[in-house]
Ligand binder design. Sequence first.
Ligand code: HEM
Length: 370
Amino acid sequence: QDRQPYLGIYQAGVTTPRQPMGLVVAFDVLATKRTDLERLFRTLTERIAFLTQGGTPPVIDPKFPPPDSGLMGPVVAPDNLSITVGVGASLFDQRFGLAGKKPSQLVRMPQFSNDALKEDLCHGDLMVQICSNTTDTNIHALRDIVKNTPDLLMVRWRQEGFVPPPRAAGEKQSSPRNLLGFKDGTANPDHNNDVEMKRLVWVQPDSSEPAWAINGTYGVVRIIRNFVERWDRTPLQEQESIIGRHKPTGAPLTGKAELDLPVYSDDPEGKRTPLDAHIRLANPRTPESLKNLILRRPFNYSNGVTKSGQLDMGLLFICFQSDLEAGFAHVQSRLNGEPLEEYIKPVGGGYFFILPGIADKSAFLGQSLL
Ligand code: HEM
């Protein structure tokens, strides 16, 4: 299917199968009044409707700037585009009188022990996740949003990423690999399982969240650099102990095939899977850790070269959960100090609350909040 729905109780781009290209853009909101904030959300809704469903932009007098950048030709194709909008804690400051409506766990993303956060790559009043089949579709969508919101939004930071295409030859299961060469996504909860998604991802009526936030979710974005030169000089055995999986197959160290479940119960001393292996820390698979599951939807990124001549690449980590504390924050605190830290450095990102969906054609994004 090449066209993602833009109406529904949930926004697209969370449980949507991951598209090949992703782009996260964070904005500062320039609007200062509640009425302008509403105009911003109405404009975003209108643009999302057009961009995701596709169509022909209006033809106007050539004496004026064209309404569309023209990047995709005279007809804009949907190209599997989803646009997902979240809001940061700073939107709930005094500007719009929304303080009383802040989702209960929404805070400015804290600095974790291994982080070297760069201020100009962090946070934002508003976050837009743009995903589609191609980079130019994502850029077209971003330019369209920027063009239509000149007095309302200012770009703060952005990060592009990609998912490698399936490698056909001989691979049974097709989790794409990250830039450390390991399959990534194997143990993710099933995004097609509605019951599981309601339990882990979508805010439910019986939660401690404000009523407007029902059917939204917390979105965490982390730009995590990978020190690939160092990784590529690390013995295979050590790489596999650090992750807790076999590199060629993606199988857990206790299994043979990618989808074999890791077993830790008969290995309390970590003889087969080290106690500090990434996957064992991230999910110890105890009854209690069931409430800490998160839906990961990351992209690889490759940005160029650092000033010191190192390749600047890594993981545009994105995850969703209805309980931020039990989800990302808990998992990340368990990972603090993991051996993988020698090879990774989180440099940016933010915490956002992904708004509930646009119910029908008369509704707009964020309507329940305003
Ligand atoms: C699993 C790599 C960051 C949470 C995995 C796997 C790999 C991996 C290769 C095994 C395959 C899979 O099940 O998907 C990485 C790399 C990271 C990174 C290279 C940074 C550059 C993170 C972060 C978190 C996280 C920041 C959350 C705080 C998880 C979880 C699993 C996992 C929950 C599944 C564990 C399981 O259920 O068995 N990661 N990861 N990872 N990772 Fe990461």
